[in-house]
Design a protein around this ligand. Structure first.
Ligand SMILES: [Zn+2]
Length: 304
């Protein structure tokens, strides 16, 4: 049976329920990041946002904060225990501007072993294990250190079976990142290409899906980029071309200004209370909604 690796242990993939596949409960980016709106380090605020998600009908939340972005397994274990929401964490890297110095000095195999440790033994000195691996690229290019850690992520995938999620800057370089994983022998059906809706190009999305990867749209509600009407069209494009089973949707609310409990909005309730009803109203079926928010995350994460 396929299992999903949560911070409180492995659970049956069929028990995942309604899942947000890319969010942030805790993040403390390095000091080089001057925009501190990205810092989410208030336990009571974060756990209260997680309660809002649960009360709205959410069951599982995927936290995408990496080891170079101020991940803290202890805090997420505490939140998962307090709320009984399934929390899935990651190991790996965001983008080169955040990398610790050891990314430069260690060999790929040594980085691989750190990732394997996080998936099989535990993260940040706890017994909470990572449920997926993460790597990322830059805007319109892959920095050499990003290629290096992507190869380490690929090798850790082959050793552990853990699924992969890719950060793409402004929705660029998805295919080029898949090329690196493919060269290393990774089965692309275990890979999700994140931030793909930042590049609102339906042809690009189909090009990723044709290779077997999951395509993630995680900018839901972010009108600063464009209105959700564009996302509805992009979702319909994937469904109309037969790729509903490779679509993941979340909102990546990794800023104080997006979260009600930190004084912002629209918060974790938005997708369940506003966006899903809109999708139904615009003609997307309940069956497709269940595929996108329940079945696809369970299939992508259920690799253990
Ligand atoms: Zn994110």
């Amino acid at each position: 049976m396929a299992k999903v690796r949560t911070v409180l242990g492995d659970i049956e993939a069929s028990d995942l329920g309604l899942t947000y596949s890319h969010e942030h409960l805790w993040a403390n980016p390095p000091a080089s990041q001057k925009d501190r709106d990205l810092e989410l380090t208030d336990y009571e605020a974060s756990v209260s946002e997680l309660w809002k998600f649960k009360r709205a009908g959410g069951n599982t939340l995927v936290d995408a904060t990496t080891l170079d972005y101020g991940r803290d397994a202890k805090q997420l274990v505490r939140m998962a225990k307090e709320t009984s929401v399934n929390v899935v964490m990651t190991t790996g890297f965001n983008k080169h501007i955040y990398f610790p110095k050891w990314v430069q000095t260690l060999e790929i195999e040594e980085i691989t072993q750190k990732l394997v440790r996080d998936v099989t033994i535990g993260m940040d000195g706890t017994t909470a294990k990572a449920g997926f691996l993460k790597s990322g690229s830059w805007n319109q290019l892959i920095h050499p250190l990003e290629e290096k850690v992507t190869r380490a992520v690929a090798r850790a995938q082959l050793k552990t079976g853990a699924p992969i999620w890719l950060h793409t800057e402004a929705g660029t370089m998805g295919n080029e990142m898949l090329n690196i994983l493919e060269e290393e022998g990774v089965d692309l059906t275990k890979v999700a290409v994140g931030h793909s809706d930042r590049n609102a190009d339906p042809y690009y999305h189909l090009s990723l899906a044709k290779r077997g990867a999951y395509v993630q749209f995680d900018g839901t509600s972010k009108i600063k980029y464009y209105p959700d009407s564009v996302r509805v069209d992009l979702i319909k494009n994937m469904i109309d071309h037969g790729y509903v089973e490779q679509l993941l949707i979340s909102a990546d609310m990794g800023r104080k200004c997006y979260l009600k409990a930190y004084g912002g909005g629209p918060g974790f309730e938005y997708i369940i209370q506003k966006f899903i009803p809109r999708l139904l109203d615009e003609g997307i079926s309940q069956k497709d909604i269940d595929t996108i928010f329940i079945k696809n995350p369970a299939r992508w994460l259920g690799q253990f």
